[in-house]
Design a protein around this ligand. Structure first.
Ligand SMILES: CCCCCCCCCCCCCC(=O)SCCNC(=O)CCNC(=O)[C@H](O)C(C)(C)COP(=O)(O)OP(=O)(O)OC[C@H]1O[C@@H](n2cnc3c(N)ncnc32)[C@H](O)[C@@H]1OP(=O)(O)O
Length: 177
């Protein structure tokens, strides 16, 4: 039986040799503190008013590493008694997006790779962490993990991602569905 890879990253989500080390942006760090007012309450990942949303709470940061947590409720279930895998990918996307935010530019997820290492029971408190490995032009390379049993407990889910920097118009110029 093959062992889990030590990193979830494929070649697409591995920073190239030309990538530079990430630097936290001072203004973004201030935004992090006031994130609730900036993002509003409609985000499925972190919005407090979204019924059955993840209600992810950001708990801290260190450089471009972001920390957060959420509780898996019955409405998040997939297989009996367990969190839905897509929901856990959403949690990964949210914490990855938070780390990308700390770079001080606007990014969207281009590619998200997720490894599921252990089942996550309904009722679990999932501890999220994400960090940026490098930046190359418009591309930011990030990883994330979700742990059970405490912030340093065992890793149940992990992800690697490529985020792409976009202009403000990406969010304001809505196309016709
Ligand atoms: C306040 C503090 C807290 C804040 C918290 C915030 C929380 C946030 C929580 C929410 C977080 C949730 C976040 C979300 O959920 S974001 C929502 C989910 N993501 C999207 O909706 C993105 C949809 N896609 C697009 O809009 C476009 O495709 C983008 C903008 C990504 C690129 O289209 P664009 O026309 O602009 O650029 P380009 O096509 O010339 O590509 C440029 C380069 O990138 C490379 N490339 C692109 N895609 C991929 C790919 N898939 N794999 C590999 N490579 C890819 C491409 O090869 C090229 O490389 P190169 O040829 O230059 O080498």
């Amino acid at each position: 039986m093959s062992r889990p890879r030590s990193t979830p990253a494929s070649p697409i989500t591995t920073p190239p040799s030309t990538a530079t080390a990430p630097v936290a942006d001072a203004a973004a760090v201030q935004d992090f503190i006031a994130a609730g007012e900036i993002l509003g309450s409609a985000c499925f990942g972190c919005g407090p008013d979204v019924p059955h949303g993840l209600h992810i709470q950001r708990t801290g940061r260190d450089g471009t590493t972001a920390f957060a947590e959420f509780t898996v409720i019955p409405e998040h279930q997939g297989a009996p008694g367990l969190a839905h895998g897509g929901l856990l990918a959403t949690a990964m996307d949210e914490i990855l997006g938070t780390s990308a935010w700390l770079l001080g530019r606007r990014y969207v997820t281009g590619r998200l790779e997720t490894d599921y290492l252990a089942p996550v029971p309904v009722g679990s408190l999932v501890h999220l962490r994400s960090w940026c490995k490098g930046v190359d032009g418009r591309k930011a390379y990030l990883e994330a993990e979700g742990r059970l049993g405490g912030p340093d407990g065992r890793v149940a889910v992990r992800a690697a991602a490529l985020f792409i920097e976009v202009p403000l118009e990406h969010f304001t110029a809505k196309g016709t569905p």
